[in-house]
Design a protein around this ligand. Structure first.
Ligand code: TEU
Ligand code: CA
Length: 560
């Protein structure tokens, strides 16, 4: 049985979860302490962002040693204690597997740089420049060229992310064997799965052609030449036969720009992944024609979210499997982005939770979303830690002279540190996250928004998540049911059914701050299963939903 289809994943960004030794950095002991909390919530899988030794230029995604734990997070023994404790609670641990690139401090890269004939040279992607220019005009995701010149050996290396993250050369069989051996190491220690970072970037077009710059950027991101490259499926098949096949695992592939067809190829019986983690729906508030789309903020339309959700729900049903999420450590807070983080914070956070937990696919909750944590607005760039935001500031304010306020505004709405401020446990100093100085500032709203408050209030966002998770476990229709979109043209109401055997659920969500009445015939056998407001107005001919109201009805088995 594919247990991961029935699971609910909780994503932990360990640096910001709970600090138990007063160094201001969250640690593994902190996670161990909070397992009961997570069990109360009802999640059964933890995806842990990287905890390996790292040069820490990109929040741990620049790894220097794949087989150990960074000292600031604890020890390998702490990790083993955590897995053992989780397994006694029937919880599973999924580790981040970051193997598109390593840190530039990784011993493989240090050796690779030594000389052109070093045995590790071919572990990475080295090319000669064109006169004084890099081998091609490919841009890095974090700004600037994706090629960095190394004076010592006289060539350029490829880095799709920061220059401290050189890309591994997956075309070299020795690299693949190293990675597979490392995966076996963690499997022997008891890991339950892997979240594969940027999985669709492993195979590149090895001729590295220039790309046409559509947005006027000198160094455009050359997605068409490194996403879903010629050997990707073959390499993943190899991984499946050599590593994954004998284990009962959950594997999730983070796959920027993935389409439903590609997702099916990656997750069908022959694909290596249990599910993909794609981003089409996360681009509805960006302007794709802008120079830096991800930093733009355009009003998003519910119609678009409905279309994208519908297309993916239809395409994946009985064909592949998807991840359902609206947030992560790379994205702003979902309630600030897709809900309303002021007047309607509680209702809209519950509405978004209802969406996440009633679709087909495995739902992901990012730490703090279960209490409705919001975006943060630090006034100075000095309070920010994310390399992506810092590079943006450097490039736009310091090099190009853009307005500081304008760039800070972009960081306030789209920056990754919105998700990375410390978990808000209680109203004491530093939100109960640490007894000393946290590595990044706490969101000042922690005195109102925190776990202690949420647990003590039966109407809180936390308890709404808890109920939705329990209902999902109780009713297979939420896991297996096919999806049908209702009222496809309605601009503010998202309504759909899920149907499985004789059971049917109806979900109605009002994505706006106004009361809305709409035509939807409610069959008498539908019973209200859960709603996010205390006093739903019930009538059978039409439905009226209050601001950000969300309801789920169920027609029980045998009812008609
Ligand atoms: O993210 C990959 C990715 O393509 C983006 O979502 C990226 O985070 C975005 O362009 C930056 O704003 C993964 C990790 O989730 C991310 O944290 C890492 O920085 C990145 O890979 C490199 O390892
Ligand atoms: Ca610590």
């Amino acid at each position: 049985m594919d247990w991961w289809k029935e699971s609910v994943v909780y994503q932990i960004y360990p640096r910001s979860f709970l600090d138990t030794n007063g160094d201001g950095i969250g640690d593994l002991r902190g996670i161990l302490q909070k397992l009961d909390y997570l069990q109360t919530l009802g999640v059964d899988v933890i995806w842990l962002c990287p905890i390996y030794p790292s040069s820490q230029h990109d929040g741990g995604y620049d790894i220097t040693d794949y087989r150990n734990i960074a000292a600031e997070f604890g020890t390998l023994q702490d990790w083993q204690d955590l897995v053992a404790a989780m397994h006694t609670k029937n919880m599973k641990l999924v580790m981040d597997l970051v193997v598109n690139h390593t840190s530039d401090q990784h011993p493989w890269f240090v050796a690779s740089k030594q000389s052109k004939d070093n045995p590790h040279r071919n572990y990475y992607i080295w090319r000669e420049g064109q006169n004084e220019a890099p081998p091609s005009n490919w841009g890095s995701h974090f700004g600037g060229s994706a090629w960095k010149f190394d004076a010592q050996s006289g060539e350029y290396y490829l880095h799709l992310f920061s220059e401290h993250q050189p890309d591994l050369n997956w075309d070299n069989p020795a690299v693949r064997q190293e990675i597979f051996a490392m995966m076996r190491f963690w499997l022997e220690l008891g890991v339950d799965g892997f979240r594969m970072d940027t999985v669709n970037m492993f195979s590149k077009n090895s001729s590295f052609p220039d790309v046409i710059s559509r947005n006027g950027q000198a160094f455009p991101v050359a997605s068409e030449h490194f996403l879903n490259g010629p050997n990707l499926l073959e390499y993943l098949r190899e991984m499946k036969t050599q590593v994954l096949a004998d284990h009962d695992l959950m594997t999730v592939g983070e796959a920027p720009e993935v389409t439903p067809d590609q997702a099916i190829a990656l997750t069908q019986t022959h694909g290596a992944l249990s599910m993909v983690f794609g981003f089409e729906h996360m681009q509805i508030d960006s302007d794709p024609t802008a120079a830096m789309p991800k930093w733009t903020k355009v009003p998003w339309s519910l119609l678009k979210l409905k279309q994208i959700t519908n297309r993916w729900q239809q395409a994946m049903h009985n064909q592949g499997w998807n991840s359902i999420f609206l947030s992560s450590h790379d994205e702003p807070r979902l309630v600030s982005r897709f809900g309303n983080d002021t007047l309607h914070r509680v209702a809209s956070a519950k509405l978004l939770a209802t969406y996440l937990l009633t679709l087909q696919g495995t739902p992901y909750i990012f730490q703090g979303d279960e209490i409705g944590m919001t975006n943060v607005k630090f006034e100075s760039i000095n309070n920010y830690r994310d390399i992506d935001s810092l590079n943006l500031y450097h490039q736009e304010v310091l090099e190009r002279g853009c307005s500081e306020q304008e760039i800070l505004g972009m960081i306030h709405t789209k920056g990754r540190d919105n998700a990375r401020t410390p978990m808000q446990w209680n109203a004491s100093s530093s939100a109960g996250f640490t007894t000393r100085q946290p590595w990044i500032g706490v969101n000042p709203n922690y005195t109102q928004i925190n776990v202690e408050q949420s647990l003590s209030d039966p109407d809180s966002i936390f308890w709404h998540y808890q109920k939705l998770i329990a209902l999902r476990r109780e009713h297979p229709v939420f896991v297996h049911g096919c999806f049908e979109l209702l009222l496809p043209e309605h601009p503010t109401i998202f309504a759909y059914t899920r149907t499985h055997k004789l059971e049917q659920a109806l979900v109605v969500l009002n994505f706006c701050p106004n009361e809305t009445t709409f035509d939807l015939k409610l069959e008498a056998s539908f019973q209200l299963l859960i709603s996010n407001l205390p006093t739903p107005k019930i009538s059978t001919d039409s439905l009226t939903l209050q601001a950000y109201e969300a309801r789920v009805y169920l027609k029980p088995k045998g009812g008609d």
